[in-house]
Design a protein around this ligand. Sequence first.
Ligand code: FES
Ligand SMILES: [Fe+2]
Length: 332
Amino acid sequence: MFQGFAHVWTPVLPARRLGSKPVGLTLAGERLVLFRAAGGAPAALIDRCPHRGVRLSLGKVTPDGCLACPFHGWQFDGAGANRRVPLDPDAKRERLFATPVPVRQLGELLWVYTAPVAQTPAEPNVPSALVDPSLTRTWLERTWRCHWTRAMENMLDAPHLPFVHRTTIGRPIARQMTADSRLVTSWEEQPWGGRQRSSLDGAKSLGHLDFHRPNMMSLHIPIPGRRFSIHAIVIPLDMSTTRLVIIGARDFAPWRVLNPLFNLVNGIIADQDQAVVESSDPPVVPRPSLEVSVASDKPTLAFRRYFFEQLQESSSEPTVNKACAPLLSASS
Ligand code: FES
Ligand SMILES: [Fe+2]
């Protein structure tokens, strides 16, 4: 399960999209169903009924916060425990559980852990800009036909800015660079990922960019006296489809009416990348020795190291110790 993207936390959905109906989604090749369990707490189960394998996301949420399967009406609570087997009151319900995965609501986002684990995992590492109530945030989505690793590297890649984005964010570099220009990129490993700073021909660095493992880039844009950041989350749906989520966070111009304008700009920038990234061959980033690289590729090579050391071979077991299941749906 979750082949190549197991045992990590990722945002999957804005919390406001999870109402009274279950929501089905695909994450790293695995189908999940999210729903609001008792008390409104978010819950996530593998979207496969343990009885006959149908999609639980086609079912309904009961008034007491269980998810009822659409086929024979079995009801599962937020921890996957079976609470009712209609027409078969003597069924040993403790054996008939669905498989939960951990889920959290943090700020406006729902985060999912990519494993049905027997112990509660460490909590997600969330950049403060995504939960700080004083900031105004925007949300924009794109779907790209590529493997998530190519999209992630694109987000960490500074040297493409004056080419792919020469009419937008890459314009200052495109104007300034000469045939002899040198882009110097530093990369500091961090407990949560890494921080990148770049400078062109010795000029002062233009902000910094953070990689938050496993799949988020945070660009901090330096505006004196202001906080302004853009976060790109690269969510693997399957081997060839990636959901790109771009969140802007700002402490100025708080009026929501301006959000479409911020999204318009972010959308233009993302769309400039799409065709180039989708053309990558091979689709999954290869080991560094199979492509040639230069000094300014340091951040993408750091990502590639992380991917090959920790994620590429990762997978999780399809079953869960049901005795631990109640731990899994705790939410904050
Ligand atoms: S298939 Fe779900 S209850 Fe039968
Ligand atoms: Fe780009």
